[in-house]
Design a protein around this ligand. Structure first.
Ligand SMILES: O=c1ccn([C@@H]2O[C@H](COP(=O)(O)O)[C@@H](O)[C@H]2O)c(=O)[nH]1
Length: 278
């Protein structure tokens, strides 16, 4: 099954648009979980087990694993997610972007080493830096478009004087993902929940691609506004799916031995907020 079909099935099976982000920070682990690479595995495995039936996807953030020398644990966690949540797609948040020959290695890392179903990419280096990921049949790739951080304005909201219609950079990326660059039909876009007006604009320009929307929870993005902006009906057709990510607000909902139950409670509440806004 390709990434988009997998995503739609998980959304329907778990009645969910929620993506639980796995950003394990040992300094924030409850006592009882080791603050090392093995603890990273144990912490994430407990979160996955507690939320597997509530999500449309999981999104491990590779930086947290690499920084703590926990790549082998990430590989094991990927296999554990497959076992505990069969069919739930896994988006590796790696934000890669490099010349084609190096991108081939990054694509291999994401799709062969880690067996991810989709990966996040920076489009800054152009189409030849994205193309190697599209060679993997059925795998998804999400291009950073209008990111959730305030500094996203610095480049993404600049106008491209040389492009017809003089779009903002993020508008241009949205059009490319909807059209010319979407060779395998599995491209998506990252748009921050902190900027609902921009989500709406991206939806106008890229009506059918999936949107990965981080920024709900710890960054203060509004769940209802996110759904209203990202899920629209245009000309009688509903738009592509949205994947609303929350990491820290779920991971660190509790600080005691019941951290996984607390994480489940927040995941349940977030899923309910998203569904109520449809
Ligand atoms: O624009 C972006 C792109 C990616 N992220 C990533 O999503 C999560 C958000 O974590 P929270 O704890 O829910 O804030 C994190 O992995 C970021 O690297 C993003 O926030 N914004």
């Amino acid at each position: 099954m390709n990434f988009l079909d997998q995503l739609r099935k998980a959304e329907a099976d778990n009645a969910s648009m929620l993506c639980v982000g796995l950003d394990p920070e040992p300094a924030r682990f409850p006592s009882g979980i080791a603050r090392d690479a093995e603890g990273i595995y144990d912490f994430c495995a407990a979160i996955v087990e507690a939320t597997a039936d509530l999500v449309s996807s999981f999104k491990p953030q590779i930086a947290y694993f690499a920084a703590h020398r926990a790549e082998a644990q990430l590989e094991r966690l990927m296999a554990h997610m497959r076992a505990v949540a069969p069919g739930v797609p896994i988006i590796l948040d790696a934000k890669r972007g490099d010349i084609g020959s190096t991108a081939e290695q990054y694509a291999r890392e994401a799709f062969e080493r880690y067996q991810a179903d989709a990966v996040t990419l920076s489009p800054f280096m152009g189409f030849d830096s994205v193309a190697p990921y599209l060679q993997y049949p059925g795998k998804g790739a999400f291009l950073l478009c209008r990111t959730s951080n305030p500094g996203g304005d610095d480049l993404q909201n600049q106008r491209l004087a040389s492009v017809a219609g003089q779009p903002l950079l993020y508008e241009h990326i949205a059009k490319l993902a909807q059209g010319a660059w979407n060779l395998n039909g599995q491209l998506g876009l990252v748009v921050g929940a902190t900027y609902p007006q921009e989500i709406e604009r991206v939806r106008e320009l890229a009506p059918t691609v999936p949107l990965l929307i981080p920024g709900v929870g710890a960054q203060g993005g509004d769940a209802a506004a996110t759904v209203k902006a990202g899920l629209r009906v245009a000309g009688g057709h509903s738009t592509g799916p949205i994947i609303v990510n929350s990491s820290r607000a779920i991971l660190y909902a509790g600080s005691g031995a019941d951290f996984a139950e607390k994480a489940r409670e927040v995941a349940l509440a977030t899923r309910a907020q998203l569904n109520a806004a449809v």
